[in-house]
Design a protein. Sequence first.
Length: 575
Amino acid sequence: MMNVAPAIIVLGQNSVALGRKIISVLPGSTLYGLEGRTSGVDVSFRNFGETVRELFAQGRPLIGICAAGILIRTLASILSDKRQEPPVLAVAEDGSAVVPLLGGLAGVNDLARRIAQVLDVKPAITTTGDLRLGTALLSPLPGYHLANPDDAKKFISDLLAGAQVKLEGTAPWLRDSKLPIHPDGDLTIRVTERLVTPAPNCLVYHPATIAIAIDASANYTDQTLTLVQQLLADAGLAIASVAGIFAPISAAANPAIHTVASALKVPARFFTSNQLENLVSQGYSPVQAAAMAATGTTPISDSPTIAIAIAQQPIDPNTIGQPRGRLAVIGTGPGGQEWMSGEVKEILKSATDLVGYKTYLDLIGSLGDGKQRHESDNREEEARAKMALDLAASGRYVAVVSSGDPGIYAMATAVFEVCDRYAKPEWETIDIHVAPGISAMQAAAAAIGAPLGHDFCAISLSDILKPWSAIAQRIAAAAEADFVIAFYNPVSKDRTWQLAEARNILLQHRTPDTPVVLGRNLGRPGQTVKVITLEELAPATADMRTVILVGSTKTRIIKRSDGNVWVYTPRRYIG
């Protein structure tokens, strides 16, 4: 079955809305659009063939809103093993047809049905077994794993030829199908979490009924994984029936738990103390309580750090407990989506909640669609960080959005300051990650040439969080050391004299004609980048949307024939 988010590929703007409609039933999907012909997509591409083949090689399910023929011709040269093929579908541009092309063993027909349902059309499924038997034995429903797919082809052929099948175990999707079920059938379908030896006349499906709970004290990742595997083997249980790894929320940061979950390719889920309180009060250990909360049954293992329990029906771990909270502090760059890194776009696509200043959240555009937005004033950084941490502690995936780079005068520092100052125990369970972005000083430098080509520093002129005496000392030291200086937060409505004072300090070490770059609204509508001299630098020349680059004594200007200039700082100091 499909376990990777699909890529939806569109070639024209008319298909973008249809792509978004498909994403509504396939959350996490990425919308790819042809550059120059589409806007409002997640990823732009230039070469259709290269993009499709690369995604196919990565195992990404492909949904092309285009003619089936172009997909077939594009992929024909790299088709080799149908067992390794991801689902590939063609959807008509007007949404009138959904045609599964490849990936029968990977659930393409089920994917086609889901897309067709949201488009209110009938999928063009042509697989004989699917049509006559009413189910796809090779691609079982979520919660079931086919243990012996090599035997399935002949098994299905025998069914289509008139053989009857005996059903052992519980599987409503098989019982309610068109399968010729008979208690004395020559063929057998066995549904069990037990290890069994498959045979050509018997298909074995392992239901996801096993919950493994791991205690916080299981600190050694390799040994924990080995112990889990040994406990399953001793109990005669199939690893394929493991639905998830479960634990008290206090163990959410335990790497052993996530190593085991990753090795078994299942999610890790966590219970709060309140959710386990009743079971613990009855004398069960927290790890036993976690296994019971996941399955409703008593554990069968005796290990003090690991408990195994088996549910009566397949477990959907996404409905049990909560995931480990995640908080990503991201930098969008100074402007729109074209300034964002691929990592930042992936985080935005996966996050459940967006926290930030409204202006910065608006810069995300369509990448913020469907997310819970938590807007706040730009000056409420501590409150914003606390709210983001509390959201993540509840199991949400929170993206704290900064413009530029989040670690440069931005929200990354605010988050860690709050963690350090308040140190809530529940925050220690959160997976915190910082994703860098293009800073304003980098964007301004790139727009005018290379003024940061040699040693440079950054200084904020805001004296809200540090005294002006410290700022003045740093300006003087940087000027004396001959750094190129990037000034952030140069002027606000309430702060105008600081920039003039900074200029006066610089003039004690730099000549009046030192180049100064003013970059305003970088990457946004109304962007301007211009060059003045240090002597001309005044509060009226800048605001809070401006970054200022003051050249060193070596910084040079190249006058161009079109009247514009380049500014650069040489890499070599000569003379």
